[in-house]
Design a protein around this ligand. Structure first.
Ligand code: ADP
Ligand code: TYD
Length: 214
């Protein structure tokens, strides 16, 4: 989808970003419930995943031995999942005028694949321009202390421990990276203090999105 095509889509594309355990999934769900109750047509989705094919790729990148993928192959896998998600789920929903709420999107690849295993940001951006070409209308960065985030993430037991395993040092690097990404894309990013209780964070999230919906 080119930016000209995107400009014509009637829907609203909202993404949540932040380190593991910052509360993205919780807030995405609460926002979806709130907007649905207000009468909006909402699609709640996530990455990696969000379409049957992309969910298959999710299992490839988040389960099993992580060392079987090079950093470059990992970028290709996340981007392949995103392309399928965009074609099958996001674009049709936006074209139908829906609000799409996505738990992580391309900013996560810019951070996790672009920063964590060397400086591969340019490669991430080049592939994004070639294969995705879409940015969210609004990105809510749930910012929080890495030790706190890791504590929360580890309290959840899932099979997908691939990235959580990297510990607090990587979380700190990702947090700083997300904050500088928020400056780089200041037109669409809104930084929210995720260290507060769930309701306080949700109120700010709702206010932000409601302002965008007019
Ligand atoms: P993420 O999707 O960013 O990894 P989650 O939404 O899954 O984060 O939250 C991680 C854990 O922390 C969950 O157990 C969730 O219930 C809890 N949690 C989320 N937000 C808060 C909050 N504001 N205060 C306390 N606990 C929270
Ligand atoms: P997610 O299920 O959102 O985990 P969490 O709820 O703990 O935040 O995402 C799973 C992991 O995938 C997360 O550690 C970040 C990673 N990830 C990437 O490395 N690159 C990407 O492009 C995306 C979307 C996620």
């Amino acid at each position: 989808m080119t930016s000209a095509e995107k400009a014509r889509t009637p829907g609203l594309f909202v993404t949540f970003e932040g380190i593991d355990g910052s509360g993205k999934s919780t807030q995405a769900r609460l926002l979806a419930d709130h907007l649905t109750a207000q009468g909006h047509d909402v699609v709640l989705t996530r990455e990696p995943g969000g379409s049957p094919g992309a969910e298959e790729i999710r299992a490839l990148v988040l389960q099993g031995d992580p060392d079987r993928w090079s950093a470059q192959t990992e970028i290709l896998l996340f981007t392949a999942a995103r392309r399928d998600h965009l074609e099958r789920t996001i674009r049709p929903a936006l074209d139908a005028g829906k609000v799409v709420i996505c738990d992580r999107f391309a900013d996560s690849t810019r951070m996790y694949q672009g920063l964590s295993r060397g400086d591969l940001r340019q490669m991430v951006d080049d592939l994004h321009a070639l294969m995705i070409g879409v940015e969210p209308d609004l990105t809510l960065l749930i910012d929080m202390d890495p030790a706190h985030g890791l504590e929360r993430a580890l309290s959840r037991q899932t099979a997908e421990e691939r990235f959580e395993d990297f510990g607090v040092e990587l979380q700190a690097k990702m947090r700083a990276g997300f904050l500088s990404l928020a400056e780089e894309f200041s037109d669409r990013f809104h930084v929210i203090d995720g260290g507060r209780d769930i309701d306080s964070v949700a109120q700010e999230v709702t206010a932000c999105v409601t302002a965008r919906l007019g």
